[in-house]
Each structure stands twice: as structure tokens, then as C-alpha cells.
Design a binder for this molecule. Sequence first.
Ligand SMILES: Nc1ncnc2c1ncn2[C@@H]1O[C@H](COP(=O)(O)OP(=O)(O)O)[C@@H](O)[C@H]1O
Ligand SMILES: O=C(O)[C@H](O)COP(=O)(O)O
Length: 609
Amino acid sequence: MFSTRKLGQVSLHPGIATALQHHFSRSLVSRSFITSPQCVKTILLTRQANQNRSVWGLIPASCKRLFSISSTYHYEVSVVPGESKVTDLKPDAQDIFRTAIRSVYPKSMIGNVLLYNAVTSTLKVQGKTYKLDRNVFVVGMGKAVAGMAGVVEDILGAHIVTGVISIPEGLQEQIQDENPCGFPLRNTTKIQIYEGSSRTEADEASYNAAKAIHNLVSKLTEKDLLIVLCSGGGSVLCPLPHSPITLDELRQVTRLLKQNGANVKEVNTVRKNIEVLKGGGLAMEAKPAKVVSLILSSFIGDPIDLIASGPTCPSQPAPHHCIEIMNRLGIMDQVPESVRKFLERETVILSQKQKILDSIQAKAELDATWADIQNIVVGNNSIACEAAATRASELGYLPLILTTKLVGEARNIGTLLAKLAKFIMMCYDRKTSMEPNMELTILEVELVAGGIRKEWINHICNSLDRAHNMNKDLCIICGGEIMVQVKGSGIGGKNMEAALAAAIHMKKLFRLEEMPVAETRMCFLCCDSDGLDGVTKMAGAIVDQDFLNKVEERGLEMGDYLENNDSFSLFSQVDNGQYLVKTNVTGTNIMDLVVMLVQKPQDRKYAWI
Ligand SMILES: Nc1ncnc2c1ncn2[C@@H]1O[C@H](COP(=O)(O)OP(=O)(O)O)[C@@H](O)[C@H]1O
Ligand SMILES: O=C(O)[C@H](O)COP(=O)(O)O
């Protein structure tokens, strides 16, 4: 009977098991797997007969034909570890992610846009010049605006009269705890800070912030320059419903929309139509002041009318559209009466004004109204992905930005990218074997069905060819918005959940199905750029083949944790949480990033089959 003797993490390679099964009786050989086949130098095969053990053979791991005998003897197979060529890919993945985040730190983003000349006291912003004379006001809302305000203060501090920013609750304390340099704003700052809840719904604190912002901007004169800072989270952090809608009614309607499946675009469309400062409202309230709005995009495609619900962005009123959304979702009868009546009244007013609004003269007036308002996207996911690609190159990888528009449920994204890793590994192997491979074809069809377009697959294959020729490993980079519809009661986040789903499929694809490609190393990192994934204080998680071993060692059932949206609990139990990625609050917010490293095979792999 063959058995495997475990030496550390090393047990019998599936290829060896296959070979043994081929030469002896299938039932005699139990299959188990080797995690790092590069570690195997020799296979020690001993024969047991009548209790007498004798070494039957010492077989190099790369030997193709193993056995030519069949026997009634009992054999024991063990592996002798050789020198490991396996590298840990995790530090590189972390390095690439952290570099990407640094590229969208407020300092570099805003420093590139606000060009201040202290000698002439002028500020140049993308072709426009503003004369500064202690006439600068600053307002902001969102998860990243504390850092952004800090940079604006550094550049224009002498001219700032006053300001108000609305940031997430606990942020000041958290930054002070975790950043030795302290909070980004000076102790003597003229910018008032409000902290409100950003994760769920608008609260009294953010309502007060919105009122303070409204109060500030509505007093501005034509000599003033208003700098507006916007980033993701700004919608919840700056709520000011049109009268007579109350804060509570605003909360009710957004809750209803979210609970009934409205997407963020639909929720923000409603916000723009029932709130004073959204949908361009802030810029209009600030008239006649000039406005420069610096926007950090946390939306795919940078739609500036949606980020923080577009406080400085021209937006066509669309109350009828809101009614259509509510009707489609079947929630109209639950929507607070004040909101319903407001939207109905606005729809009537709009239809009465429509002819005038459509006239050429009205359009010219509208253009003139917005001429003094500059909206500038200072940072986004693409910038971070580009920086990730540059760093990956520096580290010796061949980078491939697969997409900056990744959208979907965490578990689908994790599963799809694990399949993609397997596809890449199998393609690498095709470089040494040109036999038709049905499994590869099926996998390609699955990838296309999962949303990886055929052109991308071709692009991946081309990159793979290049990686193969250049003797490099591949780094796949994706940016976008990962989502989770939480149904369980666990603790986790969208990125951790994607990493967990990837791990589950890595196990399925590379182990349970006994893929010889287990020889190829990979690692998968998925993190939220703001440093706080879901309800946790971690940015996300990273998984690789070693993670699977450690989960197995602890007897954890990954599927159960996924079902209960309990990814954080699982990751914190494995290797003391070493597979969680901690960045602390990053001070930026450009959605989610995935870095997947796939190492080329160290040796020819199908030697045993
Ligand atoms: N236990 C959980 N597991 C996975 N995701 C969760 C869990 N709890 C909350 N979430 C997700 O986290 C999201 C909010 O997280 P957050 O990282 O702040 O998002 P964003 O940065 O995109 O605003 C919620 O919309 C929800 O989908
Ligand atoms: O980043 C976020 O918190 C979400 O994308 C919501 O962003 P918003 O405040 O721009 O609507």
C-alpha cells in the first residue's frame, strides 16, 4: 500500500499519485497533494515485505517514467524536501497596493492642481487664475476631505478666512492615534470640523455640518473664492433636505430605496432632487462667488454629478425620474408624504418651465451661470491602478491592468479571478505542451460568461506570451467597486469577502480537482482604498496557497464563513490575522483594488503525467 509521509507542509504531489495509480492498482494509492512541488528533490520509495524494509528506489522529482513493475509488495512513498525555490508573493502584492494608495494621497493630487504664486498672490487652476486676498473659503464633505483640506490649508493657509468640513465620525481621533504627524489640519486651523456617521445614514451631526456649510456659502460675495472638497461618503455626510422634508424623512426614503434594491446612482439621483446642496445646489447657493471644486472620485467613470451627489456639478432637475424609480421599486406608498408631494410639485413646475428651459437663450444663460465654477477630478481609481502597474514593473512583474471598472458581488469577483488565475496557469503550461486542452476551453467559456470579455482574454494571453518570453511573472490589477448584499450576521467587508471567495475557489480549482498547476504560485489581494473594509478596521485581505494550508490545519470551513458574511472572523483566526491587510485610515478613497500575482512555473510541470 502506498502512503504519504508528511514532511512539514509537503505531501504527495498529484502528478506522482497519478503516476503511481497508473502503474499500480488505482485503489492502492490514495491521493494527496503537495503544496510546493519545487520543494521536492527526490521521491523515496521503500518496499515492505514480511516486515523487512528495503529502499527500493530513490527517484528524482523530475523523472518522467517512474515504475515499470507491478507487485504484491507494499510500498511506502515519501518525499525528501529539497531546497525551496518558492517565493512568498504576499510582500510584493502589499507593496504594489500600498504604492497605488500613495499615488492618490491628497498631497500629490491637490499639489498638482492648485498652483499658488506667493509673490503675485495668485492661484492658477487648470488655465484659470484667481487673485487671492484673504478671500478663500473652504467647505468639504466625504471620507477623504480631512487630508484634502490639510493640503489646501498648507498651500493657501494665509488666505483662508474660514471653512467647514464634514468627515466620518472618529476620524480625527483615529488619524491622531495612527499617524505620528497628527491630524492633517493645523491646531490653529480656521476650518471647522464636523464628524458624522458616514457608513449608514445621515445623522444629526452631519445635518448640522450641512447647515453650517449652507450658512457659510450663502454669505459669499463675488470677490470670494470657494474651494469645495468632495469625496465618496459626501452624500451621507452633507444632508440638507428641501423644506418641508425633515432629516428623518430623508433617512426614511434613502433607507427604503436601498432596502428595495436601488443602486447608488438611483439613490443619489433622488438625493440630488430632494436636497438643497446636491445636484449643483451648493455651487448655486455660493453665487456670486467663484468656485473651484476638487473631486476625488469613488465612482466608476468619474461621473462628477454623482460623486457626493454632485454638489457643484450642473444637473438637470429630474423629479419625474425619482417618481419613476420609486414606482418601479414599488415603494411609492411607503415614501413619506412630504417627499412624494415635493417631487410631484416639482414635476409640475418643471413641465411648465420645460419650454423655456429648452430655449437657446435659457441654455446660454445656464452656461454663463456655470462659467465661474470649475469642477476638477483630482484623483481616481485609474491613477491608482497605473501607479500599481508601475510599481509591479519595478518589482520585475509584467503588469496588466485588466479593468478599472470592476463591478459586482464580492463572491462572484473572487470566484472569477480565481478561475482567471487557473486559466493563466494552464496557459503557461500550454507553452510547453500544444496538445488540445478541453479544460482550458471550458474555462475560457466560463470566464467569458462571468464577465471577462473575449478581448480581455486575448489581451491576457498576449501578456502571458510576453511574460513567458521575458521570463517574468504576471501581475493582474483591477480597480472598481465591489459589493456585498449582507444577509448573514458575521463581521466582514466587501474586499475580505472577495478574497475569501477567491480562496474557496483556489482550493476547489487547484486542490480538490487535483490540478497539476498547483505547482504555480499565486496570491490574491483585495483591499478598500480608504483603509476600512466594511465594518472592520482592516483594508482587506490577501490569500495564497499557504493560506489554504493554514485554514486546513485549523479545520476551518471557509464556506460557512462566507455564507454568514463572516470573512473578518475567519481571517483573524488564521496565522494571527497575518492575511488581513492593515493600512489604517488612508485619507483617500478611490474604491477597491485587486492585485493578483501569478508566478510562472519554476520547472516543466506535467512531467509525471
Ligand atoms: N459582514 C459583512 N461582510 C461583508 N460586507 C459587509 C459586511 N458588513 C457590511 N458590509 C458591506 O460593507 C459596505 C460598507 O463598507 P465600506 O467599506 O465602508 O464601503 P465603501 O468604502 O464603498 O463606502 C456595506 O455596503 C456592505 O455591503
Ligand atoms: O464611497 C462611498 O462611500 C460611496 O461610493 C458613496 O459615495 P457618495 O457619498 O459619493 O454617494
